[in-house]
Design a protein around this ligand. Structure first.
Ligand SMILES: Nc1nc2c(c(=O)[nH]1)N[C@H]1C(S)=C(S)[C@@H](COP(=O)(O)O)O[C@H]1N2
Ligand SMILES: [Mo]
Length: 506
């Protein structure tokens, strides 16, 4: 009996399969990173985690060896190690797919964890590594099937050709996907560069209004990086300011076409407005307060001359999202605006660069169109905006609401500062009350009223006794109406109910 000879050729092929699986995964990861606009490719994720952990002497050594190329050297090193391990995975996968797959899973897992735990990676930073892992697993599967044909039995022309075809196919696909990643990433960095080069009118001051600021409480101004992001855009629409154009048309006497430069030549206003999402649950965090800079929609619309019969605008974004907004909310005194800056910076790409709409008092889905390119003056009976046929009301005024931010789950006995925010944009908040364990309502202290269009910070000092307690908050609007206590989910027009938190005091 002849034992089948262990042959070297399949081993090399298996290693090639593992390496190609890894390269295909990395290429897919780079596209995912480019589309999501994150810097966290798998190699960068692992590299950053590595940098955070290496001892200083090794860092110094690397810098003295490679100088300013130390980062390139690190990335190359990581790539080499990854591919070497992937080759091992490829060889293991011939006998047992799962043994090879385990190598891929561990490598991708390390990258996912590295990206997910980085403070600067954002919420989507782990996705490229995840995508890379999935793609590598799939390609490895293809190779392990092919190589199983090749391995034990007599090697015939058919299976050899099959292997070569697969290798060529995967290699070609990897190069194509990698090129796509470069194109997408390049377009994004061109827009990022244009954004960085913009010189916009600066707001006179970024200072928040004087008032209470309890320790641990939500800050008055929400930093751009912490601002909630809600939209239907899978990849962020990329618009160069020099290419941006807005058409205001429809039921108007004069159509208007505006470039970004035209916009900057107009009178610019700066205004604090708290944005809120209709999907915000009671106690949720889909709300943020920013200083917006831009031009008044009222002025622009007056120039266009809306028809007496018009009652709405339909605003459209570059990616086709639409919002329907009552014309009255754009013409009254609430200073609805075309905003190009947020907290003194050009709009971040994720928040609508270069221009979006901000309307105080309306949920985002009926007003706050990002990546704005078109405004049609029209009538509500002539169109349906994006969310209307999807089960949300045509009109979306923000509801009076309040939230407890500290404490959220536990506290130590004695004087405890209970603090949070309350909001009723374009109406205003006049009073906030807190109660403990269903007891009498107690009045909280309000921060200075900045304007009726922003949230109001509040705090209350609680003499907390040991044990489990229930804290609740309610707000009153400027006219003295209390917020709705009955619980309702976000759909179809915004949640209601009292924010209630359970606190363990020890
Ligand atoms: N182009 C576009 N603009 C949009 C949306 C969208 O899906 N696409 N979502 C809206 C919704 S539902 C909200 S709550 C706000 C959120 O704005 P932010 O992401 O800047 O916080 O944007 C609004 N503008
Ligand atoms: Mo929203």
């Amino acid at each position: 009996m002849n034992q089948p000879q262990p042959r070297r050729l399949p081993l090399i092929r298996a290693a090639i399969g593992g390496i190609l699986a890894a390269l295909a995964g990395l290429a897919a990861g780079s596209v995912a990173a480019a589309v999501l606009g994150t810097s966290q490719t798998p190699v960068v994720a692992i590299g950053s985690a590595f940098i955070d952990r290496v001892p200083p002497w090794l860092k110094d050594l690397a810098i003295s060896l490679f100088g300013t190329h130390d980062k390139t050297a690190l990335k190359t090193g990581i790539l080499v190690v990854l591919l070497a391990l992937a080759a091992v995975g490829g060889i293991l996968a011939v006998r047992r797919y799962w043994a090879g797959a385990l190598v891929v899973i561990v490598l991708a897992g390390v990258a996912v964890i590295a990206a997910a735990t980085r403070p600067d990676a954002g919420q989507t930073g782990f996705v490229p590594s995840f995508v890379a892992g999935i793609v590598a697993l799939l390609v490895l599967r293809l190779f392990s099937n092919r190589l199983a044909d090749l391995g034990g039995a007599e090697e015939d022309g058919v299976s050899r050709r099959g292997f070569l075809q697969l290798t060529a196919g995967v290699a070609l696909g990897t190069v194509a996907v990698g090129a796509l990643g470069r194109v997408v990433g390049g377009r994004r960095s061109a827009v990022t560069d244009a954004r960085a080069a913009l010189a916009l009118p600066k707001p006179p001051t970024l200072a928040p209004p004087a008032g209470v600021q309890a320790a641990g409480a939500t800050p008055w101004a929400t930093p751009n990086d912490d601002f909630y992001r809600i939209d239907t855009a899978l990849s962020v629409p990329l618009i160069q300011p020099k290419d941006w154009k807005l058409r205001i048309h429809g039921m108007v006497e004069r159509e208007i076409e505006l470039t970004f430069d035209d916009l900057l030549k107009r009178r610019v206003i700066h205004k604090w407005v708290t944005l809120t999402c209709v999907s915000n649950e009671v106690g949720g965090d889909l709300i943020g307060n920013a200083l917006w800079s831009g031009v008044l929609l009222k002025d622009l619309l007056a120039e266009a001359g809306p028809s007496k019969d018009a009652d709405a605008i339909q605003s459209t974004s570059k990616d086709g999202f639409t919002a329907g907004t009552p014309l009255s909310t754009l013409l009254d005194d609430r200073e609805s605006m075309l905003a190009f800056a947020m907290n003194g910076q050009p709009l971040p790409l994720e928040h609508g660069f270069p221009v979006r709409i901000v309307v105080p008092g309306l949920y985002g889905y009926v007003s706050a169109t990002k990546w704005l390119v078109d405004i049609e003056v029209t009538r509500f009976d002539q169109f349906e905006a994006y969310w209307t046929p999807r089960g949300w009301d045509e009109l979306g005024p923000i509801k009076l609401s309040s939230r407890i931010d500290v404490p959220r789950s536990k506290a130590s006995g004695g004087q405890v500062t209970v603090a949070g925010v309350a909001w009723d944009q374009y109406v205003g908040v006049s009073k906030v009350e807190v109660r403990v364990d269903g007891g009498p309502w107690q009045q909280a202290t309000l921060a200075t009223d900045a304007s009726i269009d922003t949230w109001r910070q509040w705090h209350w000092s609680w003499d907390a006794q040991r044990g489990n307690h229930v804290l609740q908050v309610r707000a009153f609007d400027a006219k003295g109406n209390p917020q709705i206590e009955a619980q309702a989910p976000p759909a179809p027009n915004g949640s209601t109910g009292l924010h209630t938190v359970n606190i363990k005091v020890d």
